[in-house]
Each structure stands twice: as structure tokens, then as C-alpha cells.
Design a protein around this ligand. Structure first.
Ligand code: G3P
Ligand code: MG
Length: 246
């Protein structure tokens, strides 16, 4: 049997085994054979695109503060690895530009916009994607669909992915009725079934459910035909996919 064509998407890097959204977590995901990396972005006080999940640095660093109220140099003083394990002491909060420089072009990057910051983040992101030649191997997703529309206006070639929590009724319809081309749907895995996935794929829309960490659920998602799986354990998923073909 051939290996199913399912993208292994490392959630915040290899989040299960390394401090989330750090270069260390992205390196580990790549070492474990991921096809793509999912990460979250905010804007610093001085306009840098910062890779971090929360609005504050409290949970994932040794300091406290609101990301958007801090400058890049203030953010860089925080240790973003020690809270996870001493092995990762010295990790810093990365900028998106640093991640673009680290990740080889064949590994796709899924940039999740956490906040638009009054529509200041999208122009900065469009500029960075163009300058770093990352227009074609980046998918930008967000729960804030207006943010994605704005990005498409600024950068029509950008690939956008709709993130959503609830069951929209017709998953494919969410994309086809969006008004601009949608590259991918990013549903909560609990809320999508095989027919929904097939319907989306038949309309040329990729389906990347999140966040699947359990082996049994990974196998279910593969059987349901997901185009990619967002997981904290990319190494585990890679092993399942390799074994599938043997
Ligand atoms: O992009 C999928 C997933 O990351 C969305 O939720 O909270 O992990 O960013 P969260
Ligand atoms: Mg995310």
C-alpha cells in the first residue's frame, strides 16, 4: 500500500516534546520529518511580527508582560525554553523573520494570525512574505476571517486557511462562499466527518484538522482523508504514516 498523502503539520513546532513556538521546537519538528509547521503570531510594540501563542509572555517564558506593549529587545530578554525543560534554557521568543530564515523552503509554514492589531499586522506580514520569498509556501490562517480578507487584498497570491471551532453546516460552503479563493479549511477535528472532507477536497480545498495527538485519532483522520494533520507530536504521526505503507 502506498503512503497516504497526508501532511504532517507540527503544531507550534513539536510542541509535545519542546517549548512551543521556539526555534528549538521547529528544528525538532523538521528533524522528525514534518512537512509543515504551524505557528502563532502577534505584533510587538515596535511593529515586529512575534511568534508566540498568548497575548502575554507569562505562560511560556520566565518573565511577564503583554507582547504588544513590549519592544522586540524587551521580548528578547525573556527565556522561552527553561519553563519547559533545562535542556532548552536560552531559547528566545523568535520573530517570524527568524523562522523564515530557519525553515527550509520545502517545509510549508502555517502562520496563524492571533490578532490583527487594528489591521497593522497584515501589511507587515505581506511585506515580510514578499521580501523573504515566502508567498507560495506559507498558508496564513486565522479565526478572524476579516483579517484573511484584508491580507488577500494586500497580497492576492497569498494562500489563506479558514480556522473555525464550530460546525458551519457546510464546511466546503464556508470556503466557496468566502468571496475570495480559500486554500484550506482548518476545522476542529471533532466537528468534521468523512463526507465533509470529501466534499471540500472535491472542490480543491485542503483540509487540515487540529489538534490530533492520540494515535487512534491520527489513524481516523488519515482514514477520513484529511489533507494534513496538525499535531503536537509530528514524529509519532510520521511513524504511523511510514508504517501504513509497509
Ligand atoms: O491552527 C490550529 C490551532 O493552532 C488553533 O488553536 O489555540 O492552538 O492556536 P491554537
Ligand atoms: Mg495556532
Amino acid at each position: 500500500m502506498t503512503q497516504p498523502s497526508v501532511l504532517v503539520i507540527a503544531h507550534r513546532g513539536a510542541k509535545g516534546e519542546a517549548p512551543e513556538n521556539t526555534l528549538g521546537a521547529f528544528r525538532l519538528g523538521i528533524e522528525q520529518g514534518c512537512d509543515a509547521i504551524e505557528l502563532d503570531v502577534h505584533l510587538s510594540k515596535d511593529g515586529e511580527i512575534i511568534v508566540i501563542h498568548d497575548f502575554t509572555i507569562d505562560r511560556t517564558t520566565d518573565r511577564k508582560g503583554v507582547v504588544h506593549e513590549m519592544t522586540l529587545s524587551e521580548l528578547k530578554q525573556a527565556d522561552a525554553g527553561r519553563w519547559f525543560s533545562s535542556q532548552y534554557e536560552g531559547e528566545r521568543i523568535p520573530t517570524l523573520e527568524e523562522v523564515f530564515d530557519l525553515v527550509p523552503p520545502e517545509v510549508m509554514i502555517n502562520v496563524e494570525i492571533k490578532d490583527s492589531y487594528d489591521r497593522k499586522l497584515e501589511p507587515a506580514l505581506a511585506e515580510l512574505m514578499k521580501r523573504k520569498d515566502r508567498v507560495h509556501n506559507v498558508v496564513v490562517s486565522s479565526f478572524d476571517h476579516k483579517s484573511l480578507l484584508f491580507l488577500k487584498l494586500l497580497l492576492p497570491e497569498a494562500k489563506i486557511g479558514l480556522l473555525y471551532e464550530i460546525n458551519p453546516g457546510s464546511h466546503a460552503g464556508l470556503a466557496t462562499g468566502f468571496g475570495v479563493p480559500v486554500y484550506s479549511l482548518h476545522p476542529n477535528f471533532k466537528r468534521i466527518n468523512r463526507e465533509d472532507i470529501r466534499d471540500a477536497l472535491s472542490k480543491g480545498i485542503q483540509v487540515y484538522p487540529w489538534t490530533i495527538n492520540d494515535e487512534k485519532k491520527m489513524k481516523q483522520a488519515i482514514e477520513k482523508g484529511a489533507s494534513g494533520i496538525i499535531t503536537d507530536f509530528p514524529g509519532k504521526l510520521r511513524k504511523i504514516l511510514t508504517a501504513w505503507s509497509q
